[in-house]
Ligand binder design. Sequence first.
Ligand SMILES: Nc1ncnc2c1ncn2[C@@H]1O[C@H](COP(=O)(O)OP(=O)(O)OP(=O)(O)O)[C@@H](O)[C@H]1O
Ligand SMILES: [Mg+2]
Length: 246
Amino acid sequence: MMMLEVENATKMFGGFVAVNKVNLTVAEGETHAIIGPNGAGKTTLFNVVSGLITPEEGSVTFRGKKLNKMRPHDIVNVGMARSFQRVNIFPRKTVFENVQVALLVHAKLHFNPFRQAAKLYHDEGMELLALVNLEDEADRRAGELAYGRQKQLELAVALAANPKLLLLDEPTAGMSISETKASIALINEIVEKRNLTLLFTEHDMNVVFEIADRISVLHHGEIIATGLPDEVRDNEEVKRIYLGKE
Ligand SMILES: Nc1ncnc2c1ncn2[C@@H]1O[C@H](COP(=O)(O)OP(=O)(O)OP(=O)(O)O)[C@@H](O)[C@H]1O
Ligand SMILES: [Mg+2]
């Protein structure tokens, strides 16, 4: 079964076509990378898939269900979670509170979790922090964490929704080489442990070729190649417009 099917998706900003008639399928259990130069449309495509923006044309089908006009929050509830290219956490809340609020939102409890229920979801929250190796940082303010650790926290926040499909937009952006290695190892481990399907964008080709089962290449909003890593690496058009520049 296909986890995700994007059909003929087009997104325009004014007269500019940022995502152009994109077709993309991601099978259950697959790790799929979207690569392409800066401005190729990767983040815009993620925004379309996760419901943050509505495409002019085309459709997104997730686990057999069309997502057209569903809100991002509802899409999270049917099993898709994402991270953002820029860090997106509550910096003044503690590490634990960041995860706790995500658990509460997912459970749809609408009251102030920080005042009334400090212990709520304690075990679940600590389990998520342990999963991303942050249990020792639970009581620190999230904004005080090193950058790589903030990205780990974001991952825990995304996992709080118990997703089937995880979308990661440049999970290693801004990281040092050693942080990148550790982060990719962690993502891989979590994908295995939780049986996740992963769709990610990434500029670091070492990372892409190391972990992707399949790769799609975006260029000026269009998918110009999709295939196994070796197929994409050997594709002449990909070499010319993208990999050749590396
Ligand atoms: N809200 C917006 N309004 C107008 N243009 C936009 C908007 N968002 C993105 N664009 C444009 O659409 C194109 C695709 O941008 P997008 O952020 O999707 O690229 P990207 O592949 O994620 O790039 P990067 O590798 O730098 O993250 C760019 O030319 C960008 O300037
Ligand atoms: Mg981007």
